[in-house]
Design a binder for this molecule. Structure first.
Ligand code: ATP
Length: 230
């Protein structure tokens, strides 16, 4: 271990998403990231108005306050998980780079604390479309979770990201603890072909989504009539 790494606090995972609704794929991603990447904690940050969804004219199906509440229910009792409501409470669209700057500047995360942005392989391939994406690597590391149907290798990425992936990729998660930001690792989580799209489709057609997401979240959906058949 380098002298610098010996002085750094343990890495903090940052997990943003629409969570419309949160499901077992998200939960296993965060849990396995904490174990495999040596994260002290994973901070879940539900997007209020996800900018990429607005651009694609596909806003979330349910209000941000419901998506936040479902995340709270899903992670309850997990001492390594915490939720950050700031993006839900903000009146502006959610962008990852300003979110990371907020965490660094607010003093919530010491300047030197390693931050590890957790993304699925599908989201990683879309990073060149993100607002100020090249600044990401000054602010955080990125850990890419394998997801069924989305290979993680330079040849499958858009050219601008492929170059950065080759420069910054590390085979060892230990690299994440050795600097505050700038490395890319991938990790092979349990492959779960679950998506929020699939769950919304099941619920809207009156079918069961049981075991794809926590019972407490299903109970919340039932009591609020979210995603109900129209
Ligand atoms: P939707 O189907 O509505 O697009 P989603 O299931 O992909 O939603 P998001 O909230 O958009 O869920 O995802 C948040 C993050 O979790 C993204 O980085 C995404 O790649 C990752 N993710 C979601 N589901 C899985 C899964 N089953 N395996 C691995 N990563 C996942």
């Amino acid at each position: 271990m380098s002298d610098q790494a010996a002085l750094l606090p343990a890495p903090l995972g940052i997990f943003g998403g629409t969570f419309d609704p949160v499901h077992t794929g998200h939960l296993r991603l965060a849990e396995e990231a904490a174990d495999q990447l040596g994260l002290a904690c994973v901070r879940w940050i539900p997007a209020g108005q996800p900018a990429h969804r607005a651009l694609a004219n596909k806003p979330p199906q349910v209000a941000a306050t419901h998506r936040l509440e479902m995340v709270r229910l899903a992670i309850a009792g997990n001492a390594r998980f915490e939720v950050d409501p700031a993006e839900v409470e903000a009146a502006h669209p959610s962008y990852t780079v300003p979110t990371l700057e907020r965490l660094r500047l607010a003093g919530e995360c010491a300047v030197q604390r390693p931050l590890v942005l957790l993304v699925g392989a599908d989201a990683f391939a879309g990073i060149p479309d993100w607002h100020r994406w090249e600044d990401l690597f000054k602010l955080a590391h990125i850990a890419v979770a394998h997801r069924p149907g989305f290979p993680v290798n330079a040849d499958s990425l858009p050219p601008a990201l492929a170059d950065i992936y080759r420069q910054r990729h590390s085979a060892s998660p230990a690299a994440l603890a050795q600097s505050p930001a700038g490395r890319i690792v991938s990790f092979a989580m349990t492959q779960l072909d679950i998506s929020a799209t699939q769950i919304r489709s099941l619920l809207s057609s009156g079918r069961s989504a049981r075991y794809l997401l926590p019972d407490a979240v299903i109970a919340y959906i039932q009591s609020t009539l979210l995603y109900s058949p129209r």
